[in-house]
Design a protein. Structure first.
Length: 98
């Protein structure tokens, strides 16, 4: 990703943890979306935790990509949760739930 990075690792209980870092904007969003979805399809976790603690900025394109991935994860029988949202990510996420 141009402005952001993503790494994944799997825990023994079938949970995949995705660490996202940097700026999530229009330039990096599709790489994030496609990479995250590809990792989920390949690993077939039962639960996906997306850690946004190191996200420095996030726009609505990134939010839409996360929502798309969440729908796809659910369609594959797993759940997706956002954890440890940075202040900028938390602000945007809170607007989506209002």
């Amino acid at each position: 990703m141009a402005g952001g990075r993503m790494s994944t690792h799997r825990l023994v209980d079938g949970t995949m943890v995705v660490d996202v870092q940097g700026e999530l904007d229009r330039a990096s969003t599709f790489t994030l979306r496609d990479g995250l979805f590809g990792d989920v399809v390949a690993a077939r976790p039962t639960r996906v935790l997306v850690d946004l603690g190191s996200v420095t900025a996030m726009d609505d394109t990134a939010l839409n990509a996360l929502l798309w991935v969440q729908r796809q994860v659910r369609a594959h029988g797993a759940s997706l949760e956002v954890t440890n949202a940075s202040p900028s990510a938390a602000r945007l996420l809170s607007t989506a739930t209002q």
